[in-house]
Design a protein around this ligand. Sequence first.
Ligand SMILES: N[C@@H](CCC(=O)N[C@@H](CS)C(=O)NCC(=O)O)C(=O)O
Length: 351
Amino acid sequence: MTTSNPYRLLGGPGSPYSLKMRALLRYRRLPHHWIVPNSYLGTGGELQQAGKKIIPVLQYPQGSYWADSTPLAYDLERRHPTERSILPSDPAQAFLSLLIEDMADEVMCLMMFERRWGSETDLQFCARRQLSGWLSPMPKDAFETHVSNFIGRQTRIRGKLAGASQQALLHALFPEIIGALEYMLETSLFLFGSRPSLADFGLYGQLSQCAIDPSMSQQFKLLAPRAFQWVQTMDDASGIDGHWSPDWQQMPWLPSLLRIVGEVHLPLLMAQVHALQDGQREFSTQVRGHTWQAKVDPYKLKCLAWLRHAWAALPAASQAQLTPILQDTSCWQALQADGLDLSAAGEMRPN
Ligand SMILES: N[C@@H](CCC(=O)N[C@@H](CS)C(=O)NCC(=O)O)C(=O)O
């Protein structure tokens, strides 16, 4: 990989995972090109040829295409192990970083999607700004046809992700998360010190969109101006050189984020994995006093398997260090082996 033979990141302007990967490549100073293919998923061109059915897709310098941002982040660590790692050197911190990143990818995405496509003001703006990034310039009438098709598509997806009973819960998460970051910024630039971790990139990906979408952007600027700027800082952190803080127990913003993991993310993973094993396509469970009913997402099996595997692989001393905070934030139980067969998930690898 050189500047003349760089990674190629195929992504989209409204895609949180695409921006997460771009920020990560920038921070790690891995030469890359950012490419927004001139079409949307599955509508011809290089993305369809890559065959992943999701974005982002990363083309390695050797030519192969790979998807799934979390395994990609770990694969990039294996490929470029020495410089500017985003995995904290302390195994306990590295585990917390994975846990928070997984919550960002799986729960904050629902929060962002619900707000983006859940109000007329938001969806009218968001569809137009995203499509204008995806498509070539074109006359207004032709553009508006794309806009109404896209709004129809995204609204149908929203209907499958979350029902009416989840809306209040998802809305309440946003101030909770940006409040935790605002608090962090009183003493620390990133979650685990003065350099960003995998978790920071996970949060950044989703928040990059919250900072743009009309109603969340307004709330963001009012409630958490420093966290709003943090999003801009994360977008290109290639000039930041920092260090990991030795004592993660002096990071009082972590419990707020871990409570979301323990009270929302892990219960959703557990409910979906149980439903999958019972051959159900839908699940229903109680989350923070709200009934959560939705279609099962088979990817959740991988999330739970990879988190449990990472927990089990920790040195005993790190597990002992983490146990109190994980118990206090309701994370501990779901991480323990309990006879669930998660072997179908396989190892964490890009696909
Ligand atoms: N686990 C994947 C998730 C990627 C993902 O869900 N991407 C969305 C766009 S942000 C997507 O491609 N959705 C499929 C679609 O819109 O058809 C990752 O971390 O890369």
